[in-house]
Design a protein around this ligand. Structure first.
Ligand SMILES: [Zn+2]
Length: 468
């Protein structure tokens, strides 16, 4: 919803807001589920069982088409390829892709117009932005087909979780970045309904200890089959249930957009008595990964794009080795991103999943470089390592780690009234053990942890570069 409409929406009574959301959703449907959506969906249903050779053939076919198109219609790539004396016929296989240089965020900013295809008008094309949590947001233009592909991938993820996402399909509760409840509302309902899609939309922005029971009561009343949200927000609900020795049975939980830590998965699965399906769609629309019923990692959507893991020189590394994710979108004809260097680090698992799908599995897909702590002695600490001291301290509702410089780390804590001196000592001790006694750790008790404007939550914010 754009801002003038949002202003109007905010002053409507709740019943009319529900109606507006339903109407808005019907209007969005055409963009999301129109065009080629059904064909893509049918293709993805079949291709999930294709052999590795079939999947690679499909990628290479799409790559050849894209390269030909880029050479003809995208000035940036015409320039790059001419500069390297490459013709479209030189790039037909996935190995051939390495003949092209990596595309960085700065390359996109500096060559924005040249990356836009001459077949699309900037004014008319769909646009999206990266979140910009650690730098300025990046604008990307999308073709309609890419949007349909995205929703078809999401549809397939839901089907793996046993949920029918179609209109008037299964009841779904969503707790993401939707600003559907005006911020100044201090009384429930902190949710609205999209009747067209059988969705209960819960606000991430009103979630605080004194309100949580309202959310859980509504979930119990609405009886959704599934809850879809950011791991951190779903975790807050799950943790509340767990602390009160309660559970709320769902068929599945879907999470995305933030790192899902093991401690979150554990509590969420226990409290909602079901499994989590964690998916990841990059904002640049170059990578989409989804979790299957075996829960052994994230399957790379090979139909969606080509994913490489590269070292600092841009060379591909072998399976099981960690590197930067470099990804190529196969469907964004408005602004094709080829070998886009993401900020994410991961490895491709050598072992294939037992589910029978040949799409490789990615490890720790959303561990961004800036989510890691870098210490003065050069040690890079993964957030997962730091989760351990928090585990025994059940009085912590939410936390956030902020590294201000090499020597100073602030831990923001939102705690309940059971938080004790012993908890404080145990947490500080556990953190010192892992970070070293040279690091000053300050605990700061807060009423809530601030989210970004999209409602996302970052557990670790490091203001220190990785130093590599
Ligand atoms: Zn699998």
């Amino acid at each position: 919803m754009d801002s003038p409409l949002k202003g109007l929406y905010d002053v409507l009574p709740v019943s009319l807001q529900n109606l507006a959301l339903t109407g808005f959703s019907i209007a969005l449907d055409k963009m999301r589920y129109g065009g080629e959506f059904q064909n893509i969906k049918s293709h993805l249903e079949k291709s999930q069982w294709h052999s590795e050779d079939e999947l690679i053939s499909y990628q290479e076919l799409k790559l050849s088409e894209l390269i030909k198109y880029c050479y003809k219609h995208v000035p940036y790539y015409t320039g790059v390829m001419n500069g390297l004396s490459l013709k479209p016929s030189d790039i037909c296989t996935i190995e051939d892709l390495q003949k092209l240089p990596l595309l960085t965020k700065d390359d996109i900013k500096n060559n924005f117009s040249a990356l836009l295809s001459d077949q699309y008008s900037y004014k008319k094309v769909k646009k999206g932005h990266t979140s910009g949590t650690t730098g300025s947001p990046l604008e990307i233009c999308y073709s309609d087909n890419l949007i349909h592909y995205n929703y078809a991938m999401l549809d397939r993820q839901y089907s793996w979780a046993g949920v029918n996402l179609a209109k008037h399909g299964d009841k779904v509760a969503v707790i993401r970045g939707n600003t559907i409840v005006p911020l100044n509302n201090s009384q429930p309902p902190f949710w609205r309904y999209n009747h067209y899609h059988n969705q209960l939309l819960l606000s991430s922005f009103h979630l605080k200890p004194s309100n949580i029971h309202y959310y859980l009561d509504e979930l119990e009343r609405y009886t959704p089959r599934v809850l879809d949200g950011y791991p951190s927000t779903v975790y807050v609900l799950a943790k509340y249930l767990d602390n009160n020795n309660q559970t709320l049975k769902l068929d599945s939980v879907l999470t995305s957009s933030e790192t899902l830590y093991d401690f979150q998965r554990e509590v969420i699965e226990k409290s909602f008595e079901c499994k989590i399906f964690d998916y990841f769609g990059s904002a640049e629309r170059v990578l989409f990964t989804t979790e299957c019923e075996n829960h052994t990692g994230s399957h790379i959507g090979m139909e969606y794009g080509i994913t490489e893991i590269c070292n600092q020189d841009g060379e591909c590394v072998i399976e099981n080795e960690i590197g930067t994710i470099v990804a190529t979108s196969l469907h964004n004809y408005a602004m094709p991103l080829i070998r886009y260097k993401t900020n994410d680090m991961s490895a491709i698992k050598k072992e294939r999943c037992q589910c029978g799908r040949k799409h490789p599995l990615l490890l720790d897909v959303t561990t961004k470089a800036e989510d890691m702590l870098t210490l003065r002695d050069g040690r890079i600490i993964s957030p997962s390592v730091l989760t351990h001291p928090f585990k025994p301290v059940t009085s912590i509702l939410e936390s956030q780690i902020i590294q201000n410089d090499y020597d100073n780390i602030t831990i923001k804590l939102n705690v309940d009234d059971k938080f004790s001196t012993h908890d404080k000592k145990s947490l500080l001790h556990g953190l010192s053990e892992r970070l070293g006694s040279d690091v000053n750790i300050k605990l700061e008790i807060v009423d809530e942890i601030k989210r970004t404007h999209t409602g996302k939550f970052k557990w670790v914010i490091s203001k220190v570069g990785l130093g590599i």
